[in-house]
Design a protein around this ligand. Structure first.
Ligand code: GDP
Ligand code: IMO
Ligand code: MG
Length: 432
């Protein structure tokens, strides 16, 4: 079974939780995009695990792969490997030699570029993601395999410095001794990471050929995708399902099941259009109730109502087979629940998602309302008794399924691994 788990909104949908939950049925877990801009939370027996670079599948899989499409901060990765070992995660770690390396210079540039953008700054995670992908596409980037040769690191650091000198001139990086320090630090990190480095697309193919089940864990989300998101308020990589081909070297035709993760309301960190955003007290109340603060940065997340036109778009783009709907417990705590069912302009329904502030002008959002459903009995969840869930909750799920024409296969009703209900086990193919 080959499965892709990915975000259908603006990130933080609960991809980590869902990936961990499913991974007991998979031997291999793969990240194929992004870097430590991602923050994926898993809660097992009340213990919280936060994954940034390593897949959230690492608690239950045999092997985890960090694919070539990723941008990796080596020092952060070494820390995360240590943390995983302390948490008794035994998964074998394999890192693509072709993944790109985030250096302290890239992190500095991330902040500097935001300053230059001024009013168009997007509120990045300041992890150096954008500048590292810039170097990848400028063909000046440092790859993981380069970390094994100090001369290559030096050449590349100098090239990047020369190319970005206008932004680096007044910084600590103008000092050649500081740059030399980076070379030494990266080489040191490289020596520690060498045992993990491989051509992981070859590893992945071998594992596939030997019959292993593989789960791909998306990072960021479709509306943050560099091409299809709310550009320029996006990340610098592709976050759609198809990115497993370029980001892990795994053929997309082999995928059996695409599981799109959506939060039952929505959240967004950073700037940019957010059509169903709540404002004022309504937003503050939900943010506090849900503890909506970024896993990666601690920033308060913007919150809004579920946007079905957006989900129609993102499920189609990713050819989603089933939906995992998270945070249904949080939504059940509200008095009234709203869902956006269409975007209209001059009374006519739009069949696309506007992607710029200009296109957003004059837009009317149509909402439907639901009564709340309150707390859910945990016995119902444990026994996967969908029919025993409150009628109001089932009405809400029915509307989503009717509008999208896609089943809600997984319901998440709490942060813990055990608070997850599978609607119909036969839908998840031969794994259940
Ligand atoms: P990711 O980036 O998509 O993996 O999501 P994050 O981990 O950044 O953010 C999701 C947050 O919601 C985390 O704090 C999770 O522990 C939490 N979470 C996920 N699913 C549920 C759920 O169904 N109910 C509740 N209460 N919390 C959830
Ligand atoms: P996970 O995988 C939520 C957002 C940032 C910013 C924009 C660009 O945990 O869902 P970047 O640092 O990537 O250049 O920032 O993208 N962003 C995320 N928002 N969840 C994430 O990842 C995100 N990764 C990036 O807030 O608006
Ligand atoms: Mg997150």
């Amino acid at each position: 079974m080959i499965t892709v788990v990915l975000g259908l909104q603006f990130g933080d949908e609960g991809k980590g939780k869902i990936t961990d939950f499913l991974t007991s049925h998979y031997q291999v877990a793969v990240r194929f995009s992004g870097g430590n801009n991602a923050g994926h939370t898993v809660v097992v027996d009340g213990k919280k695990y936060k994954f940034r670079l390593i897949s959230s599948g690492s608690l239950q899989s045999e092997t985890v792969i960090l694919g070539n499409g990723m941008v990796i901060e080596p020092f952060a990765l070494l820390e995360e490997i240590d943390t995983l070992r302390e948490s008794k995660g035994k998964a074998k770690i394999r890192i693509s030699k072709m993944a790109h390396v985030v250096t302290p210079m890239h992190k500095f540039l991330d902040v500097k570029e935001e300053e230059v953008r001024g009013k168009l700054s997007l509120g990045t995670t300041a992890q150096g993601i954008g500048p590292t992908y810039e170097d990848k596409y400028a063909r000046t980037g440092i790859r993981m395999a380069d970390l094994l040769d100090p001369e290559i690191i030096r050449q590349k650091i100098e090239t990047i410095y020369m190319m970005k000198q206008s932004l680096l001139a007044d910084s600590e990086f103008a000092d050649s001794k500081r740059r030399e320090q980076i070379v030494r630090d990266l080489f040191e990190a490289g020596k520690k990471l060498e045992p993990y480095l491989e051509y992981t697309e070859v590893t992945l193919r071998r594992l596939y050929d030997s019959g292993k089940s593989i789960i791909f864990e998306g990072a960021q989300a479709t509306m943050l995708d560099i091409d299809f998101g709310m550009y320029p308020f996006v990340t610098s990589s592709n976050a759609v399902a198809g990115a497993i081909s370029t980001g892990a070297g795994f053929p997309f035709r082999k995928v059996d099941y695409v599981l799109g993760v959506a939060k039952a309301y929505m959240s967004k960190v950073g700037a940019g259009p957010f059509p169903t955003e709540m404002l004022g007290k309504e937003a503050d109340d939900l943010r506090e109730l849900a503890g909506e603060y970024g896993t990666a940065t601690g920033r308060p997340r913007r919150v809004g109502w579920l946007d079905l036109p957006m989900l129609k778009y993102t499920t189609a783009l990713n050819d989603v087979d089933g939906i995992a709907l998270t945070r249904l417990d949080t939504l059940g705590d509200l008095d009234r629940i709203k869902v956006c069912t269409s975007y209209r302009r001059d009374g006519k329904e739009l069949d696309y998602i506007p992607r710029s502030f200009k296109d957003m002008e004059g837009l009317d959002l149509v909402y439907t309302e639901f009564d709340s459903w309150g707390k859910i009995d945990h016995e119902i969840i444990k026994q996967d008794k969908y029919q025993a869930l409150p009628q109001n909750l089932r009405n809400y799920i029915s509307l989503i399924e009717k509008e999208l024409g896609i089943p809600v296969d997984v319901l998440s009703l709490g942060e813990g691994r055990e608070n997850t209900l599978i609607r119909d086990k036969s839908r998840l193919k031969d794994q259940y």
